[in-house]
Design a protein around this ligand. Structure first.
Ligand code: 3HC
Ligand code: NAI
Length: 695
């Protein structure tokens, strides 16, 4: 038999042919892989000595889907449909042998096979929705024919990876093979199929489950309602639902037509392009120039946290969740007890929701020890300081850490705005000092800004990035500057939002525009949620800002039932007439002539300065690449994934020339807050993309 091409090999074991694909890293369905399947199955089936064919993959996984890098390019060689037809119409049974993940087009290939065998650790799924797509190779028509429309709806709209055992229960997999012995297991299964003369089972012909759901539109309406909040703004979930509806209501070939049509709309659309950008950005963000697998890592077996407040508690939970013991140090017993009690309560709440067991609660809280003695940190491999945001307090702690901690330990700060070089300067080991900027609530938010200071060593950076992955975060490496990357960009938006309400917009106008853009909430709703009195002191308040006045009136946000908005007992917000009058009064006092401000101006005034700031961050070298900034804003601030992040949005959706032109126009009208970044001007002048400029 032998080689079919560079990525496919055909061998035989008695009367069973084995077609092995090997296209690292994930056996994605590139042109050679499609050709390998097409030609391999054709050749095997043409051999009269072959009674069944096993389709298996080398390397870490079964086919993980279409080759995402090929989207938008002209396809060559046999199409995926050609390869699938070759399998489904083969004269002998074809058995998919699955390890790792059978995802997207990979599962769709397996669904055209007549049988599927998997090892217990394997997982199957149709995750296209996460790329702004739908399964475009028959997945939406075949999956519900096996698992039924309800389960199919859930799988295609979440993209979940379903474990093999569950797949077996659902009929998606016919048999489990012993772990590590997939090839033998699949061949044995194939022999059984031959010996028992089992039929060539075609999923397209299994109509029972879809027919049973016909005439029950409520299945789909209820499902739509149940996911509406989570999927707001995304096109792909709705299109996926329409395909499953077609599977239920139309014959197979008609359903395929619907799938094809909707797939084409999505794959050529703006959202999927943005979501594919995010897929690659999420993988790029881990890559740090000058650091590779040979860079030394510091083993982290014990972590110290200083401060058991809002952040210290949440940060501790991350490590306990990953099985790493934590010692928390507080200045007094009372805040320590309070902090530890909060951690326990958080875990118990999670257990109540059924996400962890009570056993887990005990295990995890058992990993967190509290003390008021800094010396307990002597044997920690990493210490993270999360005390008050005050340079003197932090420097004092780092002086002590320098004395107490063992050589080689990493000394990290969770400061959100202070200069980490200044903090490092009080130690004799600035190379060990780094910023680990967690976001609140630290046990929930996925983003971690790893802040490299001037002297931070490569080992400390490499270890921090690895550790972030271990505790389930997505980490972006950034540099020291006010607000680092995320908050520095946020400051631009906040400034403009506050100016806009003095010029003529109302807080609810600004919030509505940003919410409709896809952000989880607007700046004023966010302030009400966080509390307007965060960092505000009555004795210092001079009534000079709208916030001062609102706080003085005890309108401190949701917690006092009123802030920029009025709140009812269910915390439902309504625009406030009182606030409206206060704002108008402020405009008058500041002699600002209020005017009508369009939604478009609100959006451009809030968002373009953010993009511009991203350019400044890049030209100052405070982020490695533009897509890292996108990752920060998507994971730390809820920027809508379907708009790709602020930098992608500026470049690929709006266009840099338009962003620049607007910044110049705003600069003329409103001053130097809108001064364009030199790098933005350069990109437009030279007609170059950010990636062409090395970002
Ligand atoms: N196409 C092209 N490249 C891919 C790819 C794909 N489908 N899937 C992964 N890769 C690349 C990654 O970019 C990465 O490249 P890099 O090393 O240069 O950064 C490399 O493969 C390894 O990927 P991961 O770092 O993600 O490896 P993991 O082992 O952590 O995860 C995985 C493996 C679970 C398979 C994960 O890569 C994944 O989820 N891949 C995407 C799966 C997917 O979305 N499939 C559907 C594609 S769309 C489709 O099939 C359309 C069809 O319906 C017509
Ligand atoms: P917090 O006020 O809730 O907690 C600080 C804790 O530190 C208090 O419990 C206090 O008793 C303790 N502490 C103070 N001095 C100490 C000392 N010398 N030794 C031991 N413990 C001491 O503050 P929060 O919100 O947890 O913030 C901590 C740090 O995290 C700050 O630097 C803040 O800027 C930063 N941060 C805060 C975020 C937030 O949303 N709250 C987000 C990201 C960073």
């Amino acid at each position: 038999m032998g080689n079919i091409n560079d990525v496919a090999d055909l061998s035989t074991e008695g009367e069973i042919a084995v077609l092995t694909l090997n296209s690292p890293p994930v056996n994605a369905l590139s042109a050679p892989v499609r050709e390998g399947i097409f030609e391999g199955i054709k050749k095997a089936a043409a051999d009269s000595a072959v009674k069944a064919i096993v389709l298996i993959c080398d390397g870490r996984t079964f086919i993980a889907g279409a080759d995402i890098t090929e989207f938008g390019k002209k396809p060559t060689g046999p199409s995926l449909f050609d390869a699938q037809d070759m399998i489904e119409n083969a004269s002998v049974p074809v058995i998919a042998a699955i390890h790792g993940t059978a995802l997207g087009g990979g599962l769709e290939v397996a669904l055209t096979c007549h049988y599927r065998v998997a090892v217990p650790s394997a997982k199957c799924g149709l995750p296209e929705v996460n790329l702004g797509l739908l399964p475009g190779a028959g997945g939406t028509q075949r999956l519900p024919r096996i698992v039924g429309p309800e389960k199919a709806l859930e799988m295609v709209t979440t993209g979940q990876h379903v474990p093999a055992k569950k797949c077996l229960e659902m009929g998606l997999v016919d048999e489990l093979a012993e772990e590590g012995k997939l090839r033998e297991g699949a061949i044995a299964f194939a022999k059984k199929v031959v010996a028992e003369n089992r039929p060539l089972k075609k999923v397209r012909e299994m109509n029972g489950k879809v027919e049973a759901a016909r005439g029950k539109p409520e299945i789909f309406e209820n499902f739509r309602k149940s996911i509406a909040r989570k999927t707001r703004g995304f096109l792909a979930p709705e299109y996926n639902i329409q395909c499953i509806e077609a599977a239920v209501n139309k014959p197979f070939d008609e359903g395929i037509k619907v799938e094809r049509e909707l797939f084409t709309k999505l794959v050529t659309g703006e959202q999927s392009a943005a979501q594919r950008h995010v897929f690659f950005a999420e993988r790029q963000v881990w890559k740090v120039p000058g650091i590779d697998k040979d860079t030394k890592r510091i083993p982290i077996e014990k972590v110290g946290i200083i401060g058991a407040g809002t952040m210290g508690g949440g940060i501790s939970m991350n490590f306990a969740n990953a099985g790493i013991p934590v010692t928390i140090v507080e200045r007094d017993q009372a805040p320590l007890d309070k902090g530890l009690a909060t951690i326990r309560k958080n875990y118990e709440n999670t257990a109540k929701k059924g996400r962890i067991s009570m056993d887990d609660v005990e295990k995890r809280t058992g990993l967190i020890q509290g003390t008021t003695d800094m010396k307990a940190l002597a044997d920690c491999d990493l210490v993270i300081e999360a005390v008050f945001e005050n340079m003197d307090v932090k420097q004092d702690i780092f002086r002590q850490l320098d004395e107490i901690c063992k050589p080689g330990a990493i000394l990290a700060t969770n400061t959100s705005a202070l200069d980490i070089d200044e903090i490092a300067s009080v130690t004799k080991r600035p190379e060990a000092v780094i910023g680990l900027h967690f976001f609140s609530p630290a046990n929930v938010m996925r983003l971690l800004e790893v802040v490299r200071a001037d002297k931070t060593s490569k080992e400390v950076i490499a270890t921090s990035m690895d550790l972030a992955k271990k505790i389930g975060k997505i980490a972006a490496l950034v540099g020291v500057c006010p607000g680092f990357v995320g908050n520095r960009i946020l400051a631009q938006r906040q400034r403009e939002a506050n100016k806009l309400i003095l010029e003529g917009a109302m807080p609810w106008d600004v919030d509505r525009v940003l919410y409709d853009f896809g952000l989880p909430m607007g700046p004023f709703a966010m302030s009400d949620l966080a509390g307007l009195d965060l960092g505000w002191r009555k004795e210092n308040s001079k009534g000079e800002t709208i916030r001062d006045v609102l706080c003085e009136m005890d309108r401190r946000g949701q917690k006092t039932g009123a802030g920029f908005y009025d709140y009812d007992e269910n915390r439902k917000a309504t625009p406030s007439k009182i606030v409206e009058d206060i704002i108008k009064d402020f405009s008058e006092k500041k002699q600002i002539q209020r005017r009508d401000i369009s939604d478009q101006e609100i959006l451009e005034r809030c968002v373009y300065p953010m993009i511009n700031e991203g350019f400044k961050i890049l030209e100052e070298g405070k982020a490695i690449r533009a897509s890292d900034i996108d990752i920060v804003w998507i994971n730390g601030y809820g920027w809508p994934v379907y708009r790709g992040g602020p930098m992608y949005y500026g470049e690929k959706i709006v266009g840099l020339d338009k962003v620049l032109a607007k910044m110049q126009e705003f600069q003329k009208a409103h001053g130097d807050d809108f001064e364009p970044a030199a790098l933005l001007e350069k990109a437009v002048k030279e007609g170059k993309s950010l990636s062409e400029l090395g970002y």
